[in-house]
Design a protein around this ligand. Structure first.
Ligand SMILES: Nc1ncnc2c1ncn2[C@@H]1O[C@H](COP(=O)(O)OP(=O)(O)OP(=O)(O)O)[C@@H](O)[C@H]1O
Ligand SMILES: [Mg+2]
Length: 499
């Protein structure tokens, strides 16, 4: 209206100045101020625009007359947002604000190095002037935070791998990703319930512990070492952790990493809220010699001790000379050196079948915060498997069968993987599955008893042999001593004679 009035009343040279004047007068008397958030800011995508769009999708009431629906890549849920030129009221700490989605056609003569969308989109936020401070200081931060949370919730988690070696993709990323859809959860995981509850509580404390880590001056990260025989659920536990916290997983293949600096680059490209996994750490690299390159090999015990105490500066033993020169020192810098803090809220999980092979430097407290022993199936774990695979509660099974299972399960030393195999095979006939499982448990237990008794017998025999040998050695030694004494006596005599 103003513009058409200007056209008729003012000559062209005065139009611009008078428009500015009207605008000033209008904004002086208006009790509102307006903020434009455009989709594209210069040549960059405006992150705030995307955040607002996502944020509004959570508060858009279904009663809105027209909503636009979107489903993103890697997302399994639909989000909705404002359609063109629609408005929505939001309130924050008792303050009401109004959002409008503004879409206009882009003028065709605009020059740009990259193709821009034909429509110019943006949000206009209308706030009362008296609330301006609140909006600028905290409402927009709140919107960003909420949007990030929604993005994580809506988006399927990703599983990243560095299987391409050191090569980068077209965007310069060293990680390749696929949607992560592992069904393992803490409900399906068979392990001692009290241990499970402890781990779950620890994870929750970690995820909600931002202020604690800030207060205590610690980097916001946590390390878990899972160890135990194959098939006891170490990988399943990692998947359950990721599903529980909603974190992405970075599966680090150490054999594909050539140098310590490559390892650092990989770490820098991981995102927050993620689990960084190194499976079978004892097999990945030679982790017994921390200062292989810097110290020039394992030396004396003292030199070795020293190499544990002195943290090598990053890159000192980086082995940029090619070949697989990644060292334990590089790995330790990766997990808790300065570089490990270049993101936050990260969990490191290492798995191994042989904890005894690991270097004490990896096991010292503070490095791997929790050591979790995944062991052979116990009776409580067995009950979880029976419930998950066959739907049998404790009360559905005969007391005699349960008692017998409880008696043999420890001696049988069967992994949850072995037991689930038997249950899956017979899952159509549940009673048969239980009978067969009990039978197998008994056979295994019997075998183990025989094996351990023969081992004991062997050990006793070896002990006897050693005792005999020791006795013979002692005898021989005393004989030798006697001979020496006789000989020394002769010498003295000889000496005497000579003198
Ligand atoms: N504790 C468990 N609870 C439920 N299922 C389990 C458990 N342990 C093993 N399984 C089953 O056995 C299979 C193998 O388990 P998983 O891969 O987690 O073992 P692992 O300990 O990682 O073995 P490895 O040391 O060989 O990597 C899984 O598919 C899972 O279904
Ligand atoms: Mg595994």
């Amino acid at each position: 209206f103003c513009q058409s009035l200007l056209h008729t009343v003012f000559p062209p040279e005065l139009r611009f100045a008078s428009l500015k004047f009207f605008h000033r007068v209008f904004s002086y008397f208006s009790s509102y101020c307006y903020y434009d958030i455009t989709e594209i800011d210069g040549v960059n995508t405006n992150e705030l625009y995307n955040a607002v769009q996502l944020y509004l999708s959570s508060s858009a009431s279904i009663s809105g007359t027209r909503l636009s629906l979107t489903r993103g890549l890697n997302s399994s849920s639909i989000t909705y947002g404002l359609s063109n030129n629609d408005r929505l009221i939001d309130s924050y700490r008792g303050v009401t604000v109004e959002w409008e989605h503004v879409v206009t056609q882009r003028q065709s003569q605009t020059f740009s190095w990259r193709p821009l969308p034909e429509e110019k989109r943006g949000f206009t936020l209308r706030v009362r002037k008296k609330n301006k401070q609140l909006v600028l200081s905290s409402y927009l931060d709140f919107v960003m935070e909420k949007a990030n949370e929604l993005r994580r919730k809506n988006q399927d988690r990703l599983l990243y791998t560095n299987s391409r070696g050191g090569s980068l993709d077209s965007r310069g990323h060293p990680w390749e990703s696929v949607p992560f859809k592992h069904p393992s959860t803490f409900d399906t995981l068979a392990m001692d319930p009290s241990k499970k509850a402890e781990i779950m509580a620890d994870l929750l404390d970690f995820a909600n512990g931002e202020s604690f880590y800030q207060k205590t001056g610690r980097a916001w990260k946590r390390g878990y070492l899972l160890y135990g025989p194959p098939g006891t659920g170490k990988s399943s536990m990692i998947a359950a952790m990721a599903n529980y916290l909603g974190y992405d997983i970075y599966d680090l293949e150490l054999t594909e990493v050539n140098t310590n600096s490559e390892l650092r680059k990989l770490l820098m490209k991981t995102s927050s809220k993620s689990i960084i996994v190194i499976e079978d750490i004892d097999c990945s690299i030679n982790l017994t010699n921390r200062n292989k390159n810097a110290g020039g090999g394992s030396g004396s015990a003292a030199a070795k001790k020293n190499s544990y105490d002195v943290a090598s500066p990053p890159g000192a033993n980086g082995g940029e000379d090619g070949g697989n020169t990644i060292t334990l020192s590089g790995l330790l810098n990766f997990t808790d050196g300065l570089w490990s803090c270049c993101g936050s809220e990260r969990i490191f999980v290492f798995t191994t079948n042989h904890i005894e092979k690991l270097d004490p430097a990896l096991l010292r407290s503070g490095r791997m915060d929790m050591h979790i022993h995944m062991s052979y199936c116990s009776f409580p774990s067995l009950k979880i498997l029976l419930k998950n695979y066959l739907g049998f509660e404790e009360s559905d099974l005969q007391k005699g069968i349960l008692e017998e299972m409880e008696r043999v399960i420890h001696v049988a030393e069967m992994t949850p993987a072995d037991i689930s195999e038997v249950l899956i095979k017979n899952r159509r006939d549940k009673n048969k599955a239980v009978d067969e499982l009990l039978e197998i448990l008994k056979i295994r237990a019997e075998k183990n008893i025989i094996k351990s008794s023969s081992r004991q017998k062997n050990a006793n025999e070896i002990e006897d042999e050693e005792q005999e040998k020791r006795a013979l050695d002692n005898l021989q030694e005393s004989c030798n001593n006697n001979k020496c004494e006789e000989k020394e006596g002769h010498n003295i005599e000889d000496d005497g004679k000579m003198q």
